[in-house]
Design a protein around this ligand. Structure first.
Ligand code: FMN
Length: 186
């Protein structure tokens, strides 16, 4: 069987999702112009380079064709905080993928506690032991309408001391959750 990705978009994306596994999940915290906290998971997310330290995340359009709140907030404020998901948080992380109206905060709606640890960046999710504080670097223009990848620069990283096994090599003990497809993880 062959697939022509342009003619079989859904089949092709299902195949990619089930073969490029597991992908890490960026649990992204952003803020709008009123400092309202938005939280959502993104797994079209991968490291792009170590020097400069960059990552890339792809934002698909909302059901109604408009851009996602996370993307809009990053375009406006140039900043986001990416929390890594630990096993116990998978259910609550999944809940935050619901499309809420832009003026509703997932932090409030799902009782997710957050606190600020780096000034001028969105807060981290309390239960997340690793967070990347990122700044907008570049937006990629794709041929396909509706998907917008962003390159972000990692400016600071937080690691809970409890995870650190060796400070010098920064060897850590962390069971990262990877996304397969839908609500399936490794
Ligand atoms: C594990 C997981 C990974 C996801 N990855 C992506 C992704 O990479 N890109 C995307 O556009 N949506 C992704 N979604 C869907 C978004 O989380 C969802 O559309 C969410 O409502 C976006 O919220 P926002 O508008 O507040 O940014 C993912 C959902 C889940 C559960």
């Amino acid at each position: 069987m062959f697939i022509n990705p342009k003619e079989n978009l859904q089949q092709n994306s299902n195949l990619i999702l089930q073969t490029t596994i597991p992908r890490p999940i960026a649990w992204i915290v952003t803020q709008d112009e009123n400092s309202l906290i938005n939280i959502a998971p993104y797994s079209l997310f991968t490291p792009l380079s170590f020097n400069p330290p960059t990552i890339i995340i792809s934002f698909r359009a909302k059901e109604d064709g408009s851009i996602k709140d996370t993307l809009r907030n990053i375009q406006q404020n140039r900043k986001c905080t990416i929390c890594m998901v630990q096993r116990d948080d998978v259910d609550i992380m999944y809940q935050t993928s619901q499309e809420l109206p832009s003026n509703q905060s997932e932090a409030k709606e799902f009782n997710i506690e957050t606190h600020t640890i780096v000034e001028k960046y969105p807060p981290i999710i309390n239960s997340s032991p690793i967070a990347y504080f990122c700044e907008f670097f570049q937006e990629i223009i794709l041929e396909e309408k509706g998907t917008i990848p962003l390159i972000l620069n990692i400016k600071r990283v937080f690691i809970d001391d409890k995870l650190i096994k060796n400070r010098e090599s920064l060897s850590i003990d962390f069971n990262s959750v990877g996304h397969i497809m839908g609500n399936r993880y490794r």
